[in-house]
Ligand binder design. Structure first.
Ligand code: FAD
Length: 371
């Protein structure tokens, strides 16, 4: 590692994609992960790219960022395939939001009207119109909203592709190598400590997801206010008799069918710190709600039960930012949108580091908003 190397702490989609973009811009990059790279939140995620279904009433800047990122996905996926040879299965079949009962139908109507008002592309469907488009839906479905432009990727392929692309471009990924602390001297980054040994370094990207707040050595004014939000999520296996093509979302659960036959069904949203185990109650909740919407899942093999920690900031929006410490950059807090926001985070963070200033698009996501 020489003086010009950029060290990235955290090898999830965020750290890997930033590293890869920096490598494509001729930088030297070393990525450190406490475990196997990409096996935390990024691995267990559902891989949905859902700017329109997830648009929140008070989150216009985030909506802009989400829309920009989904626009960048085709180019990002193409570049990634060039560098890795791996296809991330960017799927454009669209997404259907569904209402299983009258209460949910009222809620869906409000969500639909809000999206119409801000001119997002949405279409109202009756229950029978929804079932025509997706015959596996329960006859109990009251209504639905069709969202043609919310897509999905295979997030596991995305990780494998990023790892391959980083290596092909000459980057190094140090797995099972936690960064124990960062050192700051005269308001500038001066090193990172690994295995008790301090290495001199002048540029560091803190991209360790839900763990970012805990990094030792950070001055208080740059410690990102991020907490883990636990999510339990299941993998079912689709059969010849039962397949879904589109992403389906009720207000309580979602279904993301993957090309290799996995059906991802999630997820709980829990404030339980870093509690790593799945619970009987969590699995019961997901399966019960999922079965009500799509009864045909009943006989499908249940392959995996996973737990992940969404990195969530105080306002639930990402932090993609330089900091008052020279040479320290932060990319975390991606909460429910980390896969969706991968392209824009990677391009914008490379821009911040290489041009020394953030673009107008990314300014609202500065760490300084929490001061
Ligand atoms: C159940 C669930 C479903 C989700 N579904 C979606 C979805 O459909 N669409 C979407 O866009 N987003 C989704 N998300 C959110 C998305 O997965 C996250 O926002 C995203 O993965 C965050 O990526 P990351 O790289 O910041 O974090 P992570 O993937 O958690 O990676 C952080 C890495 O940092 C490493 N690390 C921690 N501390 C250190 C240290 N001291 N030194 C070195 N390494 C360290 C960890 O080992 C880990 O690999 C979902 C999340 C969950 C939990």
């Amino acid at each position: 590692m020489n003086n010009d190397t950029i060290a990235i702490i955290g090898g999830g989609v965020i750290g890997l994609s930033i590293g890869w973009q920096l490598l494509r811009n001729g930088q030297q990059v070393e990525i450190y992960d406490s475990n196997k790279a990409g096996r935390a939140a990024s691995w267990v995620s559902a891989g949905m790219l859902a700017p329109v279904s997830e648009a929140g009433f008070e989150e216009m800047e985030l909506l802009n960022l989400n829309l920009e990122s989904i626009k960048q996905f085709p180019k990002f996926a193409e570049e990634l395939k060039e560098d890795s040879g791996i296809d991330i299965d960017f799927r454009t079949e669209g997404t259907m939001m569904i209402a299983v009962d009258r209460d949910q139908a009222e809620q869906l109507r409000r969500l639909y009207e809000f999206r119409k008002k801000i001119e997002l592309p949405v279409e109202w469907l009756t229950g029978s119109e929804a079932r025509e488009r997706e015959p596996e839906l329960s006859p109990a479905i009251k209504s639905a909203v069709w969202i043609p432009n919310d897509y999905q990727v295979d997030n596991r392929n995305l990780i494998l592709a990023l790892i391959e692309a980083v290596k092909k471009r000459g980057g190094t990924i140090h797995e099972h190598t936690p960064v124990e602390s960062v050192s700051v001297t005269n308001d500038s980054i001066s090193g990172i400590t690994i295995n008790g040994e301090e290495k001199t370094i002048k540029r560091v990207v803190l991209a360790n997801g839900a763990w970012a707040r805990e990094m030792k050595g950070l001055p208080d004014n740059v410690r990102p206010p991020v907490r883990p939000v636990k999510g339990q999520i299941l993998t079912l296996r689709m059969t010849k008799e039962f397949t879904l093509q589109k992403v389906l979302r009720s207000p309580k659960v979602y279904f993301a069918p993957k090309k290799d036959g996995r059906l991802i069904v999630g997820a709980t949203v829990e404030e339980k710190g870093f509690e790593t185990f799945p619970t009987a109650g969590g699995v019961k909740y997901i399966l019960e709600e999922a079965w009500e919407a799509v009864p045909g899942i009943y006989d499908l093999p249940l392959e995996e039960i996973n737990v992940g920690f969404r990195p969530s900031s105080r306002d639930n929006e990402p932090i993609i930012s330089d900091t008052p410490v020279k040479g320290l950059y932060i990319a975390t807090g991606h909460y429910r949108h980390g896969i969706l926001l991968t392209p824009v985070t990677a391009y914008e963070m490379a821009g911040i580091i290489l041009n020394d200033k953030p673009s107008e698009l990314i300014k609202p996501f500065s760490l300084l908003r929490f001061r």
